[in-house]
Each structure stands twice: as C-alpha cells, then as structure tokens.
Ligand binder design. Structure first.
Ligand SMILES: NC(=O)c1ccc[n+]([C@@H]2O[C@H](COP(=O)([O-])OP(=O)(O)OC[C@H]3O[C@@H](n4cnc5c(N)ncnc54)[C@H](OP(=O)(O)O)[C@@H]3O)[C@@H](O)[C@H]2O)c1
Length: 277
C-alpha cells in the first residue's frame, strides 16, 4: 500500500507513506521503559460516532462504511507494539456471536509479516497477552487465544460473583481482583499487570474502559482517526462514556490528512500524549 498522507502537524509540506507511520515515526513503544504505557485508538465520524444502532433499536455497532483499509493498517501497527491487550467481556461476547471480527492477534501471513518481524526484533512474544475486564464474568473464551499460546488474565472487582470467579479459576485462568466494587479500576489493573512485567498496554475496548483508564490517570497515548463522514442516528456510542472527567492535557504529537481513503472519504489521523495534573 504506497499510500501517502499529508503531514499537517508538526506543520510540514511533506507527504509521508502511511505504512509504518505508527510503527516507526509515531510509535508508542519505548524500549526499556520503567513506566507502563497505555495506548488507545478510536475511529470516529465527524459527528462523534464510533458506533451506531443500524435500526435505532438494537445495540450500536461499528458501521462498515466508517472503516477503511488505511485505518486498519494503522490500528495493527499500534496493536503490534503491545505486550498486553486490554479488552472486555462485551467484546468476547460479540466475538463468540461473530458480530465482530477477531482482533486478539496480529494477523499472520504475507501482508502482515513485517509486524510479526518487528515484534521479534523488539523481543516481544509472537502474540500479546490479553486481559479481559468484566463485572459480569459472563463470556466465552475464544479458541484462538489457546491456539496462539497467549497468556490470558481475567480482571474483575472484589464484589464479583464468587462462583463465577471460581469457575474461571477452575478453567485455569488467573482472575485479578482490581476494583472495590464489581468494576475494574484502571490503576489497580495496570499495577497488577505491571507487577507481572507487562509494560505496553493497548486498549481494544470501548468508551467505558477508556473512561476507567482516564479516570485513574493511566491512559498515556490516544490515537484518533476522524473519518470525514456525518452519520447521525439516534442511538450511538461515542469515544467516552461515564461521569464528567478531570480531563488530561492532551498534547498533540501528530496530525495527518488522507485526502481520500479506499472507502471514498477523507480522514484525519491524530496522536495525542496525555498528561495529568
Ligand atoms: N470505532 C471504534 O474505534 C470503536 C472502538 C471500540 C468500540 N467500538 C464500538 O462501540 C460500541 C461500544 O463499545 P463497547 O461495547 O466496547 O463498550 P464499553 O462500554 O467500553 O464496554 C462494555 C463492556 O466492558 C466491560 N467493562 C467496561 N468497563 C468495565 C470496568 N471498569 N470493569 C469491568 N468491566 C467493564 C463490561 O463487561 P460486563 O458486561 O462483564 O460487565 C461490558 O461488557 C460497540 O458497538 C463497539 O463495537 C467502536
């Protein structure tokens, strides 16, 4: 994909190739970092939708029209940098019902072998560990996790159903208690995983988990794609859900413009670093 993007920030007249933009030029990976790094990535329309209900009644889902090959390539470049993915029970349920595709692994095969090679060069395992955050503990494990020998943790709050905790422990999974209610808390989660030597966390979750991470001052990097589309819809999800936050200071690191993506719409790719007072 020899796709070129116009660099808008830092201001430049340069056009850059999309491939490797987030793997090399604007990566979030830091060799020998002592501090954990938590990165998230969202794809949104210009009216702020990350998912809409197709009929105004059923659950919101990511509309196919919003997705693009370019955004997915950058998503994978960010994914490749993780030693641990943070996801949740809702995603595992959607995956079991085949409502969403599988993003628990870096795809193998010719098109993505550069990502696997990059991981090997950094000393990362072929596929990242995965932590599944859940209050309900109602979900099924996806077979691809075992097939790829991925380390899997389940995180929940201390008031979670004890029988369900036992069920998952009997299945051979370590259940991390990282919250005072049934909810997982961001700092407790990252501290527990950091104690197991994980340092590079990539959030493949939605607005509630993002809130959990920002509320506890854990999110360090956010990558946003804004597709130049207006979607409307009465039932939708946005990037963030939950109580009003003490917003972190978002320092823009880069902004790129793709005039016309493969889906016929332009898009902006931005990267911010988060600082907390
Ligand atoms: N366009 C994009 O970039 C993008 C990105 C992400 C998601 N989406 C879409 O946006 C919509 C909403 O996303 P989502 O379903 O991922 O939303 P979400 O509201 O972030 O996640 C809900 C799920 O996460 C678990 N959860 C969240 N916070 C938790 C916490 N603090 N402690 C324990 N469990 C927690 C809950 O598990 P339990 O049910 O077990 O309690 C629940 O299933 C979906 O349609 C999704 O496909 C789009």
């Amino acid at each position: 994909m020899a796709k070129k993007l116009l660099q808008l920030f830092p201001q430049s007249a340069e056009s850059l190739e999309l491939k490797n933009l987030y793997l090399y030029r604007h990566s979030w990976f830091k060799t020998n970092t002592k501090q954990p790094i938590v990165a998230a990535n969202f794809l949104s329309s210009l009216d702020g939708r990350i998912a809409i209900s197709p009929d105004g009644k059923s659950n919101a889902e990511l509309p196919k029209s919003l997705t693009s090959q370019e955004d997915f390539r950058l998503f994978l470049e960010l994914h490749a940098q993780a030693d641990c993915l943070i996801t949740h029970a809702g995603y595992m349920r959607s995956l079991s019902e085949e409502k969403l595709g599988n993003i628990l692994q870096i795809p193998t095969g010719r098109d993505h072998e550069d990502l696997s090679n990059w991981r090997e060069l950094q000393g990362l395992s072929p596929q990242p560990a995965v932590v599944i955050a859940s209050s309900s503990l109602d979900f099924r494990m996806h077979p691809s996790l075992k097939e790829n020998n991925q380390q899997v943790f389940i995180a929940t709050g201390q008031n979670a159903d004890a029988n369900k905790v036992k069920y998952w422990q009997n299945e051979g999974y370590e259940v991390l208690t990282t919250g005072k209610s049934t909810l997982v808390e961001g700092k407790a989660l990252i501290d527990a995983l950091n104690a197991k030597s994980y340092k590079h966390f990539y959030l493949i979750a939605g607005p509630k988990m993002l809130h959990t991470m920002i509320d506890d001052k854990q999110l360090t990097n956010i990558y946003l794609t804004h597709a130049q589309q207006l979607l409307g819809g009465n039932m939708f999800s946005t990037v963030l859900d939950g109580d009003v936050l003490n917003t972190p200071i978002l320092g823009l690191q880069s902004l790129y413009y793709d005039k016309s993506s493969e889906n016929g719409h332009g898009q902006f790719f931005s990267h911010y670093e988060c600082q907390y007072e």
